[in-house]
Design a protein around this ligand. Structure first.
Ligand SMILES: O=C(O)CCC(=O)C(=O)O
Ligand SMILES: [Fe+2]
Length: 241
């Protein structure tokens, strides 16, 4: 993971079809980037979970009613690959975020580079890093939620599945719900493979209706892990208070 720098990642990012990601986000509020990380990167990242010095805090989900399982927030400086992913994916998502905000009539506009957006978060007191590693064991789950950590919100986030479904764990699907005004909710289940990244709306997204656009509210969670152990990397682009 570290020896190679992020050369491999840079190459894989060039191969991503960002138009397809944008189309998926506009159509359903989520998109999958297949095989963003190699299996060895996934394993190396999952192995970091056992190194507490890499993290700033550990959350046991059942203590907060968030579900069952645990996660740790990385501390600054982030591991190379996590920092690399956060800064190199952001510039592709910022134009999509800006289009959404324009359609929703919301004010903030997102700068082209992640460093400038993070500087905005830090100036507002959101200074703690939010990228995280999640670890679930059999029986664990993650309740539907939104990852909001203060006034500044980047409206898209990413999850990378580090474990191999069927091999390392069964069950444990990433689930997204979309709450539409005066309508019943819609769900999307993302069957990720190891190394796949899911990009999805943090909180709200615009939907084009016959009479202009309206906002829907999104939440995400993880269904119960039936067996084994599941690790994911979460990349949230805003920092926390
Ligand atoms: O484990 C997952 O698939 C989702 C974790 C999560 O909620 C997040 O990264 O924000
Ligand atoms: Fe989350």
């Amino acid at each position: 993971m570290s020896g190679r720098g992020d050369g491999g990642l840079a190459q894989r990012l060039v191969a991503v079809d960002w138009q397809e990601v944008s189309d998926g986000l506009n159509y359903s509020g989520c998109a999958v980037i297949p095989q963003l990380l190699m299996p060895q990167d996934c394993q190396a990242l999952a192995a970091l979970y056992a190194q507490p010095e890499v993290f700033r805090s550990r959350i046991v989900m059942q203590r907060h009613g968030f579900g069952n399982g645990e996660y740790q927030y990385f501390g600054y400086p982030l591991p190379d690959l996590v920092q690399g992913l956060r800064t190199s994916v952001y510039p592709h998502l910022a134009p999509m975020a800006n289009r959404w905000y324009e359609q929703m009539g919301l004010q903030p506009r997102f700068p082209a580079e992640h460093a400038d957006f993070v500087a905005r978060c830090h100036a507002a007191g959101q200074q703690r890093p939010t990228p995280l590693l999640v670890q679930y064991e059999a029986g664990d789950y993650n309740c539907l939620h939104q990852d909001l950590y203060g006034e500044h919100v980047f409206p898209l986030q990413m999850v990378v599945l580090l474990a191999q479904p069927g091999q390392d764990f069964t069950g444990g699907e990433l689930v997204l719900t979309e709450q539409r005004p005066r309508m019943q909710s819609r769900v999307e289940v993302l069957a990720l493979r190891q190394g796949d990244a899911a990009v999805f709306a943090v909180q709200q997204r615009p939907v084009q209706g016959s009479r202009g656009s309206y906002r829907v509210t999104m939440r995400h969670g993880v269904s119960r892990i039936r067996s084994g152990r599941r690790h994911t990397l979460g990349i949230i682009f805003h920092d926390a208070t």
